[in-house]
Ligand binder design. Sequence first.
Ligand code: SF4
Length: 163
Amino acid sequence: MSNPTGVMFYYYFVCKRKLWFFCKGITLEDNSEDVGIGKLIDENSYKRENKHINIDNVINIDFIRDWEILHDIKKSRSVETASVWQLKYYIYYLRKKGVDIEKGVLDYPKLKKRIDVFLEDGDVEKIEKIIDEIDGINKLQIPLSIENKKICKKCAYYELCYV
Ligand code: SF4
């Protein structure tokens, strides 16, 4: 597999079964009401920025300021670990391409909060291990078992897992 996408990296932390569905091209997320709300917040909150930057179909970021700071807009802090690691992956990926990204920022316009995200000691090793693990999950013939998480009820794949 080539470089995992940011969404894959995110799903790795959210649910590995979800990651497998996504790797196999089963994408139901656009039908989810939550994503709709997320897009609405996005469209109304940052009108003056250069937005929606897609790099190599790997990175899909809300906006980049001066090619130094990545901004990712989120509606809630419910899967914050996944959001943090997705941003760390973007910093890692862009630095490898020679773009000296200083940090990422998670923006929560609804909560009026911001969290700075840095690539710290040991993160590169962890990211490279996760890239290998995502590759392993992608190669599986059948999905991993249901993880039965709090987020399942809001997950776009709920019907594939429980109905
Ligand atoms: S419904 Fe739950 S187990 Fe199934 S893919 Fe979504 S988060 Fe994972």
